[in-house]
Design a protein around this ligand. Structure first.
Ligand code: F6P
Length: 383
């Protein structure tokens, strides 16, 4: 069996039976994408099997046959009707043990006689799908999903646009209350390793400071920016910060393979019963208040960013990606991710996606845009 550039050249048989699973953190648009894949596959006469709760459902053999009525009326629904989990086939908690369940997952996919397993997910899902292909010769095809927008090789991932809208509206709302009370409000957004969401929503919402993992911050530079705003009569400020933002010191530590102190900041309270960790945004707000004397508050948007109905742009994207997947399955193109490139949806070898992350380049046009409207990016702005 040949494997040229990640395309499985030996198998050009069109798919007659496919499985679909959703894996990793959920996001708005998953149902729309399942619908797109399933409707196109059913249109082409394929049998469609839904696998419940991501790779766990494959290991535990929990499946459901999908007919047209199952995917009718779900375009606008948030979440995923198949359920999702972060379980990896090669490292799965089974009872009180963690086991490599790869062979079971492969055996179940073969027993189901799936010509291809369609996996909807983010970075972890891309890796898990490639793992099943490499270990068991299972044909896989993936779609890029995540509000973090950090899947490699695609212009955009579905879920991002909806989260961008939710986060921007939140920042808008924080503006009015910050103005009334002359406060600094630190708004924490999701994005553990890439800052697309904080950057996009920060620009769209007019945040005064944006802090993202790719640009390690210097709190003194942030404090100086806030003092200047106050000096010019601006009595409130909004800071949009990605959950994975790191200070310059932490970035150096991470580069040496260490762990930033905040990850170790677990304190035992109530006689050892309860463990608490100071959220990163609280720490930043506390330090900003100390440095500037300005009153600071914190808002963590958390899973609100992943909930509810998908935006029109995400519904359109999911339907385009899903139906393109259906076409590729018809053409027997496997072991690819369907990526967005401009107006097109194109197959990209999965080997070029799995294990890679799309970070925000420090000189990305969005970063330049933010700087040009006077937004502090957490560092000392270059002239
Ligand atoms: O993977 C996307 C993401 O939204 C990250 O930004 C965030 O760190 C993570 O999910 C949190 O997800 P959960 O609480 O479901 O593990």
């Amino acid at each position: 069996m040949g494997f040229e550039g990640g395309f499985d050249m030996a198998r050009k048989m069109r798919a007659r039976s496919i499985g679909i699973l959703t894996s990793g953190g959920d996001c708005p648009g998953l149902n729309a994408a399942i619908r797109g894949v399933a409707k196109a596959a059913l249109y082409h006469g394929m049998k469609v099997i839904g696998v419940m709760d991501g790779f766990r459902g494959l290991v535990e053999n929990r499946t459901v046959q999908i007919e047209d009525q199952h995917v009718s009326g779900i375009l606008t629904l948030g979440g995923t009707f198949l359920g999702s989990s972060r379980d990896k086939p090669y490292k799965m908690k089974m009872g009180d043990k963690v086991m490599d369940m790869t062979s079971v997952a492969i055996a179940n996919a073969k027993r189901l006689q799936l010509d291809c397993l369609v996996c909807l997910g983010g970075g972890g899902t891309q890796k898990n799908a490639l793992h099943l292909h490499k270990e068991g010769g299972i044909n896989v095809l993936t779609l890029p999903k995540t509000i973090d927008n950090d899947v490699a090789q695609t212009d955009v991932s579905f879920g991002f646009d909806t989260a961008l809208g939710i986060a921007t509206e939140a920042i808008d709302r924080l503006h009015t209350t910050a103005t009334s009370h002359h406060r600094v409000i630190v708004c924490e957004l999701m994005g553990h390793s890439a800052g697309w969401l904080a950057l996009g929503a920060g620009i769209a919402g007019g945040a005064d400071v944006i802090m993202i993992p790719e640009i390690p911050y210097n709190l003194e530079a942030v404090a100086e920016h806030l003092r200047n705003r106050r000096h010019h009569g601006k009595r409130f400020s909004i800071i949009a910060i990605a959950e994975g933002a790191v200070s310059r010191e932490e970035a150096k530590l991470l580069a040496k393979g260490g762990k930033p102190a905040r990850m170790k900041l677990e304190t035992v309270i109530n006689n050892g019963i309860h463990l608490v960790r100071e959220p990163m945004s609280s720490r930043v707000a506390r330090q900003i208040q100390q440095l500037t004397g300005l009153e600071a508050r914190v808002t963590q948007l958390g899973h609100v960013q992943r909930g509810g109905t998908p935006s029109a742009a995400d519904r359109l994207l999911c339907t385009r990606l899903g139906t393109k997947a259906g076409q590729l399955l018809m053409d027997g193109v496997y072991n690819v991710m369907v990526a967005v490139r401009g107006d097109e949806c194109v197959p990209v070898p999965l080997a070029k996606v799995a294990g890679f992350t799309k970070y925000v380049p420090a000189n990305h046009p969005w970063v330049k845009t933010a700087r040009l409207v006077g937004t502090c990016m957490g560092d000392v702005a270059e002239a």
